[in-house]
Design a protein around this ligand. Structure first.
Ligand SMILES: NC(=O)c1ccc[n+]([C@@H]2O[C@H](COP(=O)([O-])OP(=O)(O)OC[C@H]3O[C@@H](n4cnc5c(N)ncnc54)[C@H](OP(=O)(O)O)[C@@H]3O)[C@@H](O)[C@H]2O)c1
Length: 250
């Protein structure tokens, strides 16, 4: 497959974890990079010493304001060829409180959709472009300990599938990539010992950037998760419940 080299890359959620690693990869390739998230100090750290890196403080949970800030950032960058949407929050919610679910819905669904719609429309009007968003293998099934997180990731994957169908009718000028990582050792994973096959972030970032380079439609990170996902899809719900539900707590 043809190697893809974007020149102007916007990364939303670039202050930590996967987004930061992805931004640093494109910076090291000499791209013009825009980095956005809430923590200004960390954005400044990413940009330090790189005149071609531009920053914007934005909060995805304020979708209208956030999109305006991203538009201004893209103007500073001189345009955008690739958007990597990595912002996200994820928590377990054992007691099923709405207060705990709300930030995931506002960040991973409401704000996320505003950014995807803006970016896809921008690329469509421009006539080319690549939208890559990081969903998760958590979206493959509903997960008892994390209802909103798993549902928000299923929403993202379905949304990306829908707009990929539109992109497919553009003769390859527009591309939509759904990146679905397994567990990665980033601040999002509050208690990594609870999980298995936890990847080092550097390895996950390398695989993610490779998938973007190849303009894949869907990329499950890594290969062993790609092999497990079809099994996860057909597991009966009683077995999922047996594995995931802690009876005394849920
Ligand atoms: N780590 C994993 O195991 C794993 C597995 C599968 C998928 N993922 C997905 O990968 C993506 C990146 O997560 P990560 O693991 O790299 O976690 P992370 O280190 O916590 O990074 C999350 C990023 O999202 C930004 N963000 C969060 N809320 C935001 C908001 N309201 N507005 C703007 N930016 C916001 C954070 O920046 P600020 O706090 O500075 O705003 C940060 O840069 C997420 O979508 C996550 O669901 C992670």
């Amino acid at each position: 497959m043809k190697k893809y080299t974007p020149k102007r890359v916007l990364v939303v959620g670039a202050t930590s974890g996967l987004g930061r690693g992805i931004a640093e990869t494109y910076i090291s390739r000499g791209c013009v990079v825009g980095v956005a998230a809430r923590r200004q100090q960390l954005l400044a750290e990413v940009a330090a010493g790189h005149p071609d890196v531009y920053t914007a403080v934005c909060d995805v949970t304020q979708p209208e304001a956030c999109v305006e800030q991203l538009k201004a950032l893209v103007m500073q960058m001189g345009g955008m060829d690739l958007l990597v949407l990595s912002s996200g929050v994820g928590n377990q919610n054992v007691v099923l409180s709405y207060e705990a679910e709300r930030p995931m819905i506002e960040t991973n669904v409401v704000g996320w959709t505003a950014i995807v719609d803006w970016a896809y429309t921008y690329f469509k009007e421009q006539g080319f472009g690549h939208l890559a968003a990081i969903s998760s293998i958590a979206g493959v099934r509903g997960l008892a300990p994390a209802p909103a997180y798993s549902a928000s990731k299923a929403f993202q994957s379905h949304y990306l599938e829908a707009i990929r169908q539109r992109a497919m009718r553009t003769g390859g000028r527009l591309c939509v990539t759904d990146i679905r990582p397994g567990f990665v050792l980033t601040p999002l994973l509050a208690n990594p010992k609870q999980f298995f096959w936890v990847l080092k972030p550097e390895k996950a970032v390398r695989s993610i950037v490779r998938a973007i380079d190849r303009r894949k439609g869907v990329a499950t990170i890594t290969m062993r998760w790609a092999m497990l996902v079809p099994i996860m899809r057909i597991l009966p719900n009683w077995l999922m419940a047996l594995v995931l539900v802690k009876k005394d707590k849920m």
